[in-house]
Design a protein around this ligand. Sequence first.
Ligand code: NI
Length: 208
Amino acid sequence: MPITNSRKAHRARERERRALAIVTAGLAMLLLGSGALWLLPAPLVGASSIGGPFELTGGDGKPVTDRDLRGKYVLIYFGYTFCPDVCPITLQRVADALKALGAKSAELQPLFITVDPQRDTPQVVGQYAAAFSPRLIGLTGTSDQISRVEREFHVYTAIRRSGVGRDDYSVDHSSVLYLMGPDGRFLAPIPADEPALQMAGDIARHMT
Ligand code: NI
């Protein structure tokens, strides 16, 4: 019956909307500094709706696309180099988790994607990332390219102005590590605030 089908479709849309609302609320809680982990089970957030194709620029000025990374597990973190605390702490944990993973880390490509393309040029973000680990690739892009990848990963950002100057601002952002499979699909969120050893264990569990 068409009516039943349409009701089913409507209910499915409602479910999807609710799931996204929960994700948004969860990310907002993280931003409020509650320290809460992103505890939502993957099916709730609609795993298929997280991730997508992107074309960005690496520290050497060369393009890096999602397709270049196929065949590897990919760990993605969104942040910016001027971030006073959360980003450097998280990236240090990622670097330590890579060491803890040992030989297995060769199958994993960590990425740091900037949410501040205005200040984070390819060179700036590339050098920043490399300072934490030579394995960590820093990526930037045009504001359109960054907006697109933020939408695909449901990244929350908000610019907070601190003065009248061009660079007088900080960027509030959600803090979640995204683990993607070798086929480019989203596998699991990895809490960004867990100790490196636990993070390594979480990542390893998803690598078969
Ligand atoms: Ni940050």
